[in-house]
Design a protein around this ligand. Structure first.
Ligand SMILES: C[S@@+](CC[C@H](N)C(=O)[O-])C[C@H]1O[C@@H](n2cnc3c(N)ncnc32)[C@H](O)[C@@H]1O
Length: 275
């Protein structure tokens, strides 16, 4: 895919097919961002050939689908999410995954059902995190591992810090709040406290960095602007075009030789083994 950086309407914007927010999430956010972290999460949970795996807060299934490639035909993968729209999008995929509707706090599985429990970019939205972690631990087989990835603090994420500064400068504090929200659990002490409350005695909080990749400096914000759940639901067409214009300059420091930009994103992963 090529991108003409001088053209204010890039291919990213042209690709926005007016689908449902979940379809747009799957087509725009997963390839550029969320789908690029699956290797980190699966590695942290030690997911391997033949394993049974549950992806908690699976959304449209990026992590569950990646897990099917690791576990192969001998393995078994399930995905669970409380959002029916996200699940509807996951269900149209021709993949060997069993999809379940429901929250992490109440997993519809017997004790000791899975070799691995994985979750990415979801725990920060769970209403009762200790209860959810207890449930994720309960369904693990003895010796099984859980890994739950959340973004580290926004101050340690240069690309998102530039994004919030830009949004603040152009549109004020109200607009920036939503951009900061997913980073709110990015504190190892806080996550340790949640693990203690859940009774996960051997939990560790590890750091790992993944990266979003966008075809041109403005495309990072064009993806955010494509969806009603993110900036697309907050800013007018005129405001979005101003944001995209300003983005060309703001994200230039993240540009690679091929014109694309890389948004390195430090994450924290709760890792625990069922004894
Ligand atoms: C940013 S999406 C991440 C989706 C997916 N893990 C990925 O990597 O693309 C966050 C997901 O967390 C889900 N979620 C929110 N609250 C939840 C809960 N209590 N239990 C399980 N999932 C939840 C949302 O429905 C949403 O699909």
């Amino acid at each position: 895919m090529t991108t003409d950086q001088n053209n204010p309407i890039s291919e990213v914007q042209a690709q926005n097919k007016n689908g449902s927010p979940a379809e747009i999430y799957d087509e725009m956010f997963v390839p550029t961002f969320f789908g690029r972290f699956t290797g980190l999460t699966l590695k942290a949970a030690g997911v391997d050939y033949g394993h049974s795996v549950i992806d908690v807060g699976c959304g449209t299934g990026a992590l569950a689908v990646a897990a099917t490639n690791r576990v192969g035909p001998e393995g078994k993968v399930a995905g669970l999410d409380p959002n029916e729209e996200m699940l509807a999008r996951a269900r149209v995929k021709d993949v060997p995954v069993d999809w379940y509707h429901g929250p992490a706090e109440q997993l519809p599985f017997e004790d000791e059902s899975f070799d691995s429990v994985v979750s990415q970019f979801a725990l920060m939205y769970f209403e009762d995190k200790p209860k959810a972690l207890q449930e994720m631990h309960r369904v693990l087989k003895p010796g099984g591992k859980l890994a739950a990835l959340v973004p580290d603090a926004i101050d340690r994420s240069p690309g998102f810090s530039v994004a919030t500064e830009l949004l603040h400068r152009l549109f004020g504090e109200e607009i920036v709040r939503g951009m900061r929200e997913p980073f709110k659990d990015g504190d190892p002490d806080y996550l340790r406290k949640v693990c203690d409350e859940a009774g996960l005695q051997n939990a560790e909080i590890i750091s790992a960095t993944g990266a979003g990749r966008f075809n041109a400096p403005a495309d990072f914000m064009k993806v955010e602007g494509s969806c009603a759940w993110t900036l697309g639901g907050l800013l007018s067409e005129e405001q979005l075009n101003l944001l995209y214009e300003e983005s060309n300059q703001a994200f230039k420091p993240f540009q690679q030789d091929d014109g694309s930009i890389t948004i390195n994103t430090p994450c924290l992963i709760i890792q625990a083994v069922r004894s």
